[in-house]
Write a protein that binds this ligand. Structure first.
Ligand code: ATP
Ligand code: INS
Length: 378
């Protein structure tokens, strides 16, 4: 695993933060969900919102994190739990990043895009100087609209002992805005971006199966561990010299938005609990399944969270988190992998019982819920 770099000869070193402090970088956004030409939901979005929610819920008690996110004066969710606990930086001159997600009526497959995204507004990028000047145990680069600049990722790598990156932060490109309906979101090959040279200093790179071809798994796995999420099929991990498939948890999908974000945060929390990467991926799958069962940023029943924490206290290796505290990772599944899956399956059952009843109609969004009403302004 890469060691954090020195800030540069002659420069003052950033001071150390709390032992298990993380740094989450990426902007909150407004998500508008459309189906059949009409708006069926308006929610808080942005990977940072999903990630903060899952980290708040699933991290060990010793762990904490800071969020660097930007929004405009129109930001509508300042009092929602994630932004209220981790307030964004305000950019007075730019609107909040916003996306329109157009869902098709046809059921999506595990590997095909289930929605067409358009970026309607883009807030300011996050610059290296926006990051706090201290060392962190780990960092999560979770941009949605190109806001994590290459130089910002580079500074994260310098500040954080281990950096986990969502490929969507690196490979999204945006078409022309033209007619007011926003810019189509497409992907570019990671190898042709300025981020590619940083990969060997990244610990984990997560991509969805739709993004994986743009990441180039075979090349990337020689530089860092690559995780490919496969929707309802779970995920696969690829590292230099090995790979593993990790089984999913059953879920009734009502809104796929944020599954990947919640996965990454669950995975990071698993590492913080001292799990190997393949075992931590179980926690990723668990929170990915939780995210798709609800519209927008999920909420978790306290009983379910207690059950998960009890399982982790029981199974995890306290304070031996090799990735966050040390210099190497353990990738392979441990002997208690299947047992951990079975215990989390029980907690997932609790979660399904405590969710509002959902109509099982394939992968259609919002089948279980009334459209969420737009929140009041901040
Ligand atoms: N229908 C489902 N049932 C169970 N688990 C799911 C389902 N969909 C997603 N997941 C879980 O969430 C993880 C991430 O999902 P997915 O691969 O769809 O990410 P994504 O396409 O990046 O999502 P998004 O862009 O919507 O955040 C999967 O690896 C899986 O663990
Ligand atoms: O809120 C969502 C979420 O963060 C998704 O991961 C991202 O793909 C979308 O662009 C965003 O609108």
């Amino acid at each position: 695993m890469p060691e954090p770099d020195d800030e540069g000869a002659g420069q003052q070193q950033p001071k150390a933060g709390p032992a298990l402090e993380g740094l989450v970088v990426g902007s909150y956004c407004h998500d508008v969900l459309l189906q059949g030409g009409r708006v069926v939901g308006e929610t808080l979005g942005g990977a940072a919102a999903f990630v903060s929610t899952v980290l708040d819920a699933a991290s060990p008690p010793e762990a904490s994190f800071s969020v660097v996110s930007k929004v405009g004066p129109d930001f509508a969710y300042a009092s929602a739990p994630a932004p209220a606990r981790h307030p964004p930086l305000l950019c007075p001159a730019r609107p909040t990043t916003s996306f329109h997600a157009r869902f098709s009526d046809a059921a999506a497959s595990a590997h095909a895009p289930d929605r067409q995204l358009r970026r309607v507004h883009a807030c300011d990028p996050i610059y290296p100087d926006d990051l706090p000047d201290r060392r962190f145990a780990y960092g999560l680069a979770v941009g949605v609209a190109g806001e994590v600049l290459p130089e910002t990722l580079e500074r994260m790598i310098r500040l954080c002992r281990a950096v986990l990156v969502d490929a969507q932060a690196l490979i999204r490109a945006f078409g022309a805005e033209g007619d007011g309906s926003g810019a189509a979101v497409r992907h570019v090959a990671l190898e042709g971006t300025p981020y590619a040279r940083l990969l060997q200093r990244v610990a984990f790179l997560k991509a969805s199966s739709e993004e994986a071809p743009y990441v180039g798994v075979e090349t990337a796995r020689r530089r860092c561990c690559v995780i490919v999420t496969e929707g309802r099929d779970g995920c696969r991990l690829y590292w230099d010299g090995g790979e593993a498939r990790v089984a999913p948890f059953p879920a009734v999908q009502v809104d796929p938005t944020g599954a990947g974000d919640s996965y990454l945060a669950g995975f990071a929390a698993g590492l913080l609990w001292g799990l190997s990467a393949t075992d931590a991926a179980l926690l990723g799958n668990f929170f990915g399944a939780a995210a798709v069962s609800q519209v927008g940023v999920p909420t978790f029943h306290p009983k379910m969270l207690q059950a998960v924490k009890r399982i982790l206290e029981d199974k995890a290796i306290p304070w031996s988190s090799p990735c966050i505290n040390g210099t190497t990772f353990t990738f392979q599944r441990s002997i208690m992998h299947d047992e951990l899956h079975a215990s989390l399956e029980e907690a997932a059952r609790l979660m399904r019982e405590q969710s509002p009843p959902a109509t099982e109609n394939g992968d259609g969004i919002l089948s279980a819920q009334e459209p969420t009403s737009p929140p009041s302004g901040c």
